[in-house]
Ligand binder design. Sequence first.
Ligand code: SF4
Ligand SMILES: [Zn+2]
Length: 117
Amino acid sequence: MLTCPHCTQPISAEMLSCPYCRKPLKAFGHPGIPLHYAAQTKYLCSHCLYDQDDTCTFPQRPYAQTCTLYQNLSAESNSVTKQKSVFNFKSWLKRHQGLLLLSGLLLLSVILALTAS
Ligand code: SF4
Ligand SMILES: [Zn+2]
């Protein structure tokens, strides 16, 4: 369950502002633009993907305590790892497709020979 970053009361993902403390949860009052908050006395940029790859041009960088574009570095690296393993399997299939085809044909002919006799 989501909790308000200010008062830690339970909230839903669609709420524009917290019904308990009234602080904004979305940027510009738009439900599609989440507003990320850093913990007090901390900054979001130190663990943001766009700070690490040096593509952020926001003036509040590297001391952003609120940000609409914040991308958690650890969440992103998990998704990159998953994409890499899918890619590795696909490239392995591509590299060994001839051997796989030959094995399939051999298996098929063994099955046909066994059922014919
Ligand atoms: S996108 Fe926001 S949190 Fe990320 S580096 Fe830029 S200002 Fe910081
Ligand atoms: Zn709140």
